[in-house]
Design a protein around this ligand. Structure first.
Ligand code: PLP
Length: 394
């Protein structure tokens, strides 16, 4: 039953991480909702502790359901190993924990998730880590921030809400030359659309809350990479405690089984909605890397195998943006991305609410910008809904 090395992603998503034959033939993994595991005797307990016998002792250290989901995630990323966390932000913190000590420096690319910006500005300095923000994702601007103290280059691609694509091969060469590690938040693409590890990243992070789980019912985070790096991440996770609950891991395991199928539909919906919007007279600009006019289209074609379900578009002003957001019927108004249901929002009052209007303009986030996470509903219905909403812009 288990997936082999030659199997493609759709097969690995279904068959990896779990052996029915070892579980009474059950077709889905059991949820081991147990904090503690008992040993037969002291000798067994010691053998498990020393790694001489496969077994479990305590769920902050290791839990069979969590382990199954971790193995499935590693199989999707084609990584040696993966560690799951209680949320995407716990994964960001957990991935960096063993890489940075007081006196070290981190170079961050400018367009990253708001929660990560907050973590870098409010948490890392308290730990004695200096954060340098690159002026742009261009390799020369990143290189300008690197010093002999740089331990990590941190990037996110594609970005939100302008869906820019960052050149990971160039960044990995830069990081390597500086003796630093490249850590990439790949949440928006996921392992179906891009595999940062293949392009030279040392670790890839996911908010598994988004596409990997996809059903809006779980908060989860993940880090994947070499066994050597994930081992040190796991050691500090055991010390700090931000583990995922077995029930959440089971839901994520189920979500990952359909991730490639869902992502294929998100990719289709993304390009079709983007093309519809680009041809609409009320829309002044569409930000989607699948469109030839997008500034990173060529890079996206090389680096990604699908362009994803997130896009944004510009209308004449904030009033039009507000009207379209409120007039859609199928698009829920809310933050987050990557779920089966389509969502719509104005970055100015959601993801970038805490950023001043002036800084937003500098970042290219206009008042008329609308962001859409295209779900897996029938694409014609989504387009008809956007059409009727745009109709009302006067
Ligand atoms: C949502 C998100 C996160 C944070 O994940 P949580 O699961 O909400 O903690 C990190 N990075 C990106 C790109 C995200 O979209």
């Amino acid at each position: 039953m288990s997936a082999g090395a030659g199997d493609r992603i759709g097969t690995r998503a279904v068959h990896s991480g779990f052996e029915p034959a070892e579980n009474l033939g059950a077709v889905t993994p059991p949820i081991y909702q147990s904090a503690t595991f008992l040993s037969a005797d002291t000798a067994e307990l010691e053998a498990i502790n020393e790694g001489k016998k496969r077994g479990f002792v305590y769920s902050r250290v290791r839990n069979p359901t969590v382990l199954a989901a971790e193995q499935r995630l590693a199989a999707l990323e084609e990584a040696e190993s993966a560690v799951l966390f209680a949320s995407g932000m716990a994964a960001v913190a957990g991935a960096l924990a063993p890489l940075l000590s007081a006196g070290d420096e981190l170079v961050a690319l400018p367009d990253i998730y708001g929660g990560s910006i907050r973590y870098f500005n409010e948490m890392l300095p308290r730990q004695g880590v200096t954060v340098h923000w690159a002026a742009s994702p261009a390799p020369q601007d990143v290189a300008a921030c690197i010093t002999e103290k740089t331990k990590v280059v941190y990037a996110e691609t594609p970005t939100n809400p302008l869906v820019r694509v960052v050149d990971l091969a160039a960044l990995s060469a830069l990081a390597r030359e500086a003796g630093a590690l490249l850590v990439v938040d790949g949440t928006l693409g996921g392992p179906m659309n891009q595999r940062p590890l293949e392009l030279g990243a040392d670790l890839v992070i996911h908010s598994a809350t988004k596409y990997l789980n996809g059903h809006g019912d779980v908060l989860a985070g993940a880090v994947a990479g070499s066994r050597k790096l994930t081992r040190s991440i796991r050691t500090l996770q055991q010390a700090s405690g931000a583990v995922i609950d077995p029930n959440a891991a089971w839901l994520l395991m189920r979500g990952m089984a359909t991730y490639p199928l869902r992502m294929a539909q998100h990719n289709l919906g993304g390009i079709e909605v983007a093309r519809f919007l680009a041809a609409h007279p009320k829309v002044t600009k569409v930000h989607y890397p699948g469109l030839p006019e997008h500034p990173d289209h060529e890079l996206a074609r090389q680096q990604m195998s699908g362009f994803g379900g997130l896009l944004s578009f510009e209308l004449a002003d904030a009033a039009h943006a507000r009207h379209v957001v409120d007039a859609t019927r199928l698009f829920g108004i809310g933050p987050s991305i990557g779920g089966v249901e389509s969502l719509i929002s104005q970055p100015g009052n959601t993801s970038h609410h805490s950023v001043t209007a002036e800084r937003r303009r500098e970042m290219g986030i206009s008042d008329g910008l609308v962001r859409v996470s295209v779900g897996i509903e029938t694409i014609e219905d989504l387009i008809a809904d956007l059409a009727q909403a745009l109709e009302g812009c006067r």
